[in-house]
Design a protein around this ligand. Structure first.
Ligand SMILES: NC(=O)c1ccc[n+]([C@@H]2O[C@H](COP(=O)([O-])OP(=O)(O)OC[C@H]3O[C@@H](n4cnc5c(N)ncnc54)[C@H](O)[C@@H]3O)[C@@H](O)[C@H]2O)c1
Ligand SMILES: N[C@H](CO)Cc1c[nH]c[nH+]1
Ligand SMILES: [Zn+2]
Length: 431
């Protein structure tokens, strides 16, 4: 298998690295045009349009949108019928994810100034949110937990989940996860039509205040387009992993860690940085040997050949600098003293430290959220969290004494802006 081999010592390394990373989520013009049309249609025709697109893209044969809603009893039945090991694993993962997210809750605060003026910030939760759980190429019960638990912890009252069910096949673990999390309503719809239904509301699907969760390019383009009508968490792209190894890791472990994200999607990106050319050779050999055993080897091969790379760096300091440029969704630090090294990392969605911490643990059960910024957006955004389901209102209660001081300042500035009503409004309160 031909995986790109780069060296930071090569004259054209910077250009090669930029070419490797070039990928703009939801920026494909053709996809964007398809999505624009779907959204327009869903806005105009509601249920009928959502039903039509769902039957077309997911190969279902529903005759009404109501048929695509999964009743609570079916969610609970799915949970009750799970094999014990799956039920316990789901519950254990949910408990760990909840404990972690409880630490993120933002609290209201206020303070009182010497003249009695009170200022502060009141934190409230969103009323109703839409949770997008991907389902086209694989089913993601873990994404149900990662979307729903922070919303619940924040205190959101209504959780409306959408998940495509290609060929009408429902995944029992996905349904069970919705039951474990207390999701309010579940619809078997996906893609741009599901995003449109949540954003605009239809006869059957309620309009939400914010849509969160990962998805493919159609989902990403739709979320970008409905932003403003509703809030969104982020525009997430295909999964990514960057491994930095000191060269003393087990090459089979490293190869499998790269596969773990490559197997998500042909467009997923897996990159390894190491100062050791010998280690890069060992990982290349292990990839070739191990890939033949992988059920999703076609996806892995395409991802690694088109978007993967093994990069030789001068030293680990240079690896940290490259990592900060790449700003990967997931970063594995496979080295001694990884905690210390992590202080050099400014931009990464999640940092997995030490040779025992494979990224896959974070996908399911470590505790932190697996919905993370991709495509270099970790430079300016953060993992999905409780804070995405909370918002802040500023609090201002000016005392009579405070109105005198502030009134004069405000009036002066208002006259400076030529806004007479602002100035007079403040001056009315002056004694
Ligand atoms: N960041 C995360 O936390 C995370 C978690 C899980 C999955 N993912 C990523 O999410 C993505 C999931 O993608 P997926 O495709 O499996 O599921 P998906 O649910 O995102 O997309 C499936 C939907 O895409 C739409 N679609 C497909 N082809 C279409 C076409 N030609 N025209 C119009 N619409 C079309 C259909 O409506 C279908 O229901 C993958 O890239 C995966 O790596 C990310
Ligand atoms: N790695 C994905 C986020 O990029 C999340 C996931 C779910 N299941 C397995 N993995
Ligand atoms: Zn994963």
């Amino acid at each position: 298998m031909k995986i790109k081999r780069l060296s930071t010592q090569a004259a054209d390394f910077e250009r090669e690295l930029k070419a490797l990373l070039a990928f703009e989520t939801a920026q494909d013009d053709n996809i964007d045009q398809v999505v624009a049309n779907i959204l327009k249609d869903v806005k105009a025709r509601g249920d009928a349009a959502v039903l039509e697109y769902t039957n077309r893209f997911d190969k279902t044969s529903a005759t009404s949108l109501a048929q695509l809603e999964i009743p609570q009893a079916e969610l609970q039945a799915a949970l009750n019928s799970l094999p014990a090991d799956q039920r316990e694993a789901l519950q254990a993962a949910a408990d760990r994810v909840r404990s972690y997210h409880e630490k993120q809750v933002m609290q209201s605060w206020q303070y009182t100034e010497a003249d009695g003026t009170l200022l502060g910030q009141q934190v409230t939760s969103l009323d109703r949110v839409g949770l997008y759980v991907p389902g086209g190429k694989a089913a993601y019960p873990s994404s149900v937990l990662m979307n729903a638990i922070p919303a619940k912890v924040a205190g959101v009252q209504e959780l409306i989940m959408v998940v495509p069910t290609p060929n009408g096949e429902k995944n029992p673990l996905v349904l069970a996860a919705a039951a474990v999390c207390g999701v309010t309503r579940v619809f078997c719809i996906g893609g741009a039509q599901a995003v449109g239904a949540l954003a605009y509301g239809t006869e059957t699907v309620p309009q939400v205040d914010k849509i969160v969760g990962p998805g493919n390019a159609y989902v990403a383009a739709a979320k970008r387009r409905v932003f403003g009508v509703v809030g969104i968490d982020m525009v997430a792209g295909p999964s990514e992993i960057l491994v930095i190894s000191d060269g003393h890791s087990n090459p089979d472990w490293t190869a499998m860690d790269l596969f773990s994200q490559a197997e998500h999607d042909e467009l997923a990106q897996a990159i390894l940085l190491s100062p050791s050319a010998e280690f890069l050779d060992q990982v290349q050999a292990s990839i070739e040997r191990q890939v033949t055993d992988m059920p999703r080897q076609e996806i892995i091969r395409t991802s690694l050949q088109n978007r993967g790379a093994l990069i030789q760096v001068k030293d680990l300091q240079e690896a940290a600098e490259i990592c900060n440029f790449i700003a990967p969704e997931h970063l594995e630090l496979s080295m001694d003293d990884a905690l210390d090294f992590s202080k050099k990392i400014k931009h990464a969605g999640a940092i997995f430290m030490g040779r025992d911490t494979c990224e896959a643990l974070g996908d399911y059960c470590a505790g932190p959220n697996h919905v993370l910024p991709t495509s270099r957006t970790a430079r300016f955004s953060s993992p999905l969290g409780v804070y995405d389901f909370q918002k802040r209102s500023s609090l201002i209660m000016v005392s009579s004494a405070g109105a005198q001081t502030l009134g004069k300042i405000a009036a002066t500035l208002a006259y400076g802006e030529g806004l007479q009503a602002h100035a007079r409004s403040a001056e009315y309160r002056l004694k």
